[in-house]
Design a protein around this ligand. Structure first.
Ligand SMILES: Nc1nc2c(ncn2[C@@H]2O[C@H](COP(=O)(O)OP(=O)(O)OP(=O)(O)O)[C@@H](O)[C@H]2O)c(=O)[nH]1
Ligand SMILES: [Mg+2]
Length: 440
């Protein structure tokens, strides 16, 4: 990725495909010049004013391509802090391609993924954690994770990291004083105090490292529906999703593949997995389905075991299933099963018990907890910072020269700075921004 930023870049800022409008974004020192060559305003003006929307036509070599709106945003009041021009066309893949070609033929270069946001970062408009939250906002799977990304965009991760950095700076200052003025600071006392402070700081950082919370925020809570064939798993999936997602028939062994559905509860995403009924299957496809069902149960946050209430011999959950919630199904029909202790009667027909199923999912969502860190990278860096701090604490307690601990403290500081990108290398920036989509 070119960090020189001398050239002007362009890319569609809207997703590919047909849409009402499609936007082409241009950023760089030549943005205004390129715009003046491809855009002809309907009413002639001497020059386009900044931050004003104009109606006109986009042209290539004098030939009109489409009617469009154009806006020029002069630096620094733009997304990248460079001159930015945006063309709003009709969102057809063909006009978008022709318009982009026109822009490129005037001297812009196609933007790399994330390059607009990279420029915003390099020009100091946002820090690295904010840049990453732009990506998370685009990819957010639920209202809640979008809100989280937005909070971070407004400084969330930095707001978490900055006070930690200050505490660490203060520790380093105390340490320097103890090293430089041994006659004034009693070394053993200083070492003990430093060890305690390091332990406390490591503990506060570790508390934010909640990988499960992050996974649930990013990908949603996973819940698997298991049970014998015909227990009513697919029917329950459809009832919870309020759609006809999985095939339901009275024949046992209907579902083979894992059928996945998405459900939103309190703005959070829950992924429901309907699975093949467990039994001694002879059929190869069914056997594979059953092993997939067990795999889904192993990785799920919540497992429901369904028992057909009309079947006195409905099997209980097999050993090894991670603490399933037992649902006794078909409560609208005469019951012939003795319900196991703690089981919940449900009926997809009348809706009985479905709110209790939703409550179990909501409880699992809230027990997954929260974390102020909204990316894996931040979490890994915090983990490393915490372990450097623990090493520092151990060095200070062991009576080793204070310099030993100093090395660990500096390491911890480095890790935290990488979250906001104060000391980011080109490789790291490449790694992060290449995960973006083109045009952002
Ligand atoms: N009356 C009534 N019938 C139900 C209910 N739930 C499921 N059924 C019926 O039970 C039969 C089996 O339902 P499915 O949802 O296909 O069962 P399954 O557990 O997915 O079965 P497999 O995919 O074969 O493992 C179908 O005929 C459903 O209509 C219910 O709550 N009430
Ligand atoms: Mg089924």
């Amino acid at each position: 990725m070119d960090l020189q930023m001398l050239d002007t870049i362009a890319a569609p800022a809207t997703a590919p495909g047909q849409a009402g409008i499609g936007i082409i974004r241009i950023s760089g020192s030549r943005a205004a010049d390129i715009l003046s060559r491809v855009f002809v305003p309907r009413r002639p003006v001497p020059a386009l004013e900044s931050h004003r929307l104009y109606l006109g036509r986009i042209v290539r070599g004098g030939e009109p391509i489409d009617e469009c709106m154009a806006v020029l945003m002069r630096a620094p009041a733009s997304y990248t802090r460079e001159d930015v021009a945006e063309l709003q066309l009709h969102g057809s893949p063909l006009t978008m391609k022709l318009a982009l070609d026109a822009v490129l033929s005037c001297g812009a270069r196609p933007a790399e993924p994330g390059e607009f946001t990279l420029r915003a970062f390099l020009n100091g408009r946002i820090d690295l954690s904010q840049a990453e939250s732009v990506m998370q906002l685009i990819r957010a799977s639920s209202e809640r994770s979008a809100q989280k990304a937005l909070r971070q965009l407004e400084g969330g991760a930095s707001a978490f990291v900055s006070p930690l950095q200050s505490r660490l700076t203060e520790l380093l200052a105390r340490l320097e004083a103890a090293i430089d003025y041994p006659e004034e600071v009693e070394e053993q006392l200083a070492a003990r105090e430093l060890a305690d402070s390091c332990t406390a700081l490591a503990r506060d950082i570790s508390a934010a490292v909640n990988e499960r919370a992050l996974r649930v925020q990013e990908k949603g809570l996973e819940a698997a529906l298991l049970g014998a064939p015909n227990a009513g798993k697919s029917t329950l999936l459809n009832a919870l999703l309020l759609e006809d997602k999985a095939i339901v028939t009275p024949t046992p062994g209907t579902t083979r593949d894992v059928v996945e559905g998405e459900l939103y509860l309190d703005g959070c995403l829950v992924r429901l997995y309907d699975t093949a009924g467990l039994r001694d299957a002879q059929d190869q496809a069914e056997q594979i389905g059953i092993s997939r069902a067990l795999a889904a149960a192993r990785q799920a946050d919540v497992v429901f075991w369904l028992m057909d209430g009309t079947d006195p011999a409905a099997p209980p959950p097999p050993d090894g299933l991670p603490s399933p919630h037992i649902l006794v199904t078909k409560a609208d029909l005469p019951q012939r099963l003795i319900p196991p202790c703690g089981s919940i009667p449900i009926s997809a027909e009348t809706g009985l018990g479905l709110s209790r199923v939703r409550d179990i999912l909501k409880a699992a969502l809230s027990s997954a907890g929260e974390t102020p860190l909204s990316s894996r990278r931040h979490m890994a860096l915090c983990k490393e910072a915490a372990s450097s701090l623990q090493e520092a604490a151990a060095a200070f307690s062991s009576g080793a020269p204070l310099e030993f601990g100093a090395v660990c403290l500096h390491e911890a500081m480095d890790r935290l700075s990488l979250i906001t990108g104060a000391n980011a290398t080109e490789t790291l920036l490449d790694q992060i921004f290449s995960q973006f989509c083109v045009g952002k």
